[in-house]
Design a protein around this ligand. Structure first.
Ligand SMILES: [Zn+2]
Length: 446
């Protein structure tokens, strides 16, 4: 059996540090240097990676380790861009890749230069050792996930489909542990919400600021936004959510179990979730249960003494699997009122991995049951979106499983896009072992 040894885990740690040191905050992204660094590593191991620029500086890297062709390819994928930082809030510089307090510090440490580092360390080692696989193993390091995937996975799928065509894909969206009431669970993403970004516009009577009017565009829009904040959109329990809650409930004390199940109740759910002991779990649970709409960019007027005739708000809408754009817009309109005119700015459908059961899921569950017998793997519905949106267009079945183990006092959800993003060195080494076991069990020659 092929296992990750110390040399391979050292390689993953070193790569993760080096990747963090290259600033790929998006915008502008500038992922080319990271793509070239990874390509050089892969080339050293005898592979033939290609670096593709979707636009100047926007680098993507793809490499393939040939299998014996018995089965169709498995894709390992990670985005190479990261979100912005507020450096003043960090204990260690965000692009240092410094090791301190047992962790590698820096933007991208868990989202998701760790996965790029683990995947490339694994590809290199399998290539060097000449390990025979039943499937081609493809690695795609992509640009632009944090700003909507246009210059990364979407571009690759539209322009270089033959490079990334695959049957299964392992990427972002799960593989981290969560703690609830003293119990530990690992997530595997099997669904993610759709996106519906909307511009809402209200018209009203203009006038002079010295004579207020209650029917002004600004007042009407404010009232519509306030209703949205108060009421939110509807709950729609999905299969993934039910199984997620059932998984969490299975290890909870008898007194808490029924409470968790009631969280799925569309009417009672919100008030129950507010009472959960761990509120960093309650917010994602709320998002997993409801269509959501967050007002973000508000615009109206340009002069203090002029009542403007138009006011607009951009809304970040997310719809659950099973929901259509039309249903989502109808819900939003009902809450905001008839005077608000909604225009869709961007829309991406929800993703569901169907059927959920597969040899890859079996490998994930099998390896995790052996390695972490006390921490069950629960299916996860991601409230955000990932490169799954693009790669599933190829017909690939996506599992969000970028394995990382956090200690009890560091929550994945707090670090994700948060200050002081870091990954425990041990958690990265553990992840490298787990990824290696899953990939070789699934794609190796038995
Ligand atoms: Zn990410």
């Amino acid at each position: 059996m092929f296992v990750a040894d110390d040399a391979m885990k050292d390689h993953a740690v070193d790569l993760c540090q080096r990747l963090i040191r290259i600033n790929t905050v998006n915008p502008p992204g500038d992922e080319l240097e990271v793509a070239e660094l990874l390509a050089a590593e892969l080339r050293d191991a005898g592979l033939e990676p290609v670096v593709l620029e979707s636009a100047p500086g926007r680098g993507n890297v793809v490499a393939r380790l040939k299998g014996n062709g018995t089965k169709r390819p498995l894709l390992l994928t990670a985005h190479l861009d990261v979100v912005e930082v507020d450096e003043s809030q960090w204990r260690y510089p965000p692009f240092s890749g410094e090791i301190a307090e047992g962790c590698i510090w820096g933007r991208g440490a868990i989202d998701m230069k760790n996965m790029a580092a683990m995947s490339v360390a694994l590809m290199c080692r399998l290539a060097r050792d000449g390990v025979e696989l039943e499937r081609d193993l493809i690695f795609a390091g992509v640009a632009d996930e944090e700003a909507g995937c246009e210059f990364g996975s979407m571009w690759l799928v539209d322009n270089h489909r033959e490079l990334v065509d695959c049957e299964f894909a392992l990427g972002e969206g799960g593989g981290f542990n969560i703690h609830l009431a003293g119990k530990e669970f690992f997530t595997v993403q099997v669904a993610e919400k759709g996106v519906c970004w909307v511009k809402a516009e209200v018209r009203g009577e203009p006038g002079h600021g010295s004579m207020p009017r209650s029917d002004s565009a600004v007042i009407k829009l404010s009232e519509a936004i306030a209703r949205l904040g108060k009421q939110g959109l509807k709950a729609h329990p999905t299969e993934a959510m039910k199984d997620f809650v059932a998984g969490l409930a299975s290890l909870q004390p008898a007194a808490i179990r029924p409470l968790l199940k009631q969280a799925l109740n569309a009417k009672l759910g919100p008030s129950i979730l507010k009472r959960l002991p761990n509120q960093s779990i309650a917010r994602p649970l709320m998002a997993m249960l409801h269509n959501t709409a967050s007002p973000t960019v508000v615009r109206a007027g340009s002069k203090t003494n002029v009542i403007p005739s138009v006011a607009t708000v951009e809304i970040d809408g997310r719809m659950l699997p099973g929901q259509t754009q039309e249903q989502f817009l109808a819900e939003l309109q009902a809450v905001m009122g008839d005077e608000v005119e909604l225009t869709v700015m961007r829309s991406l459908p929800p993703v569901v991995t169907e059927p959920r059961e597969s040899a890859l899921m079996d490998a994930i569950l099998g390896v995790m049951a052996e390695r972490e017998p006390d921490a069950p793997v629960v299916p996860y519905l991601l409230p955000g979106f990932t490169d799954a949106k693009a790669f599933t267009k190829l017909g690939a079945r996506w599992y969000g499983f970028a394995p990382v183990k956090m200690p009890k006092d560091i929550r994945f959800a707090d670090l994700f896009h948060g200050h002081n993003e870091r990954i425990p060195v041990d958690g990265l080494r553990w992840g490298t072992e787990i990824l290696t076991q899953i990939v070789t069990r699934f794609a190796g020659v038995s």
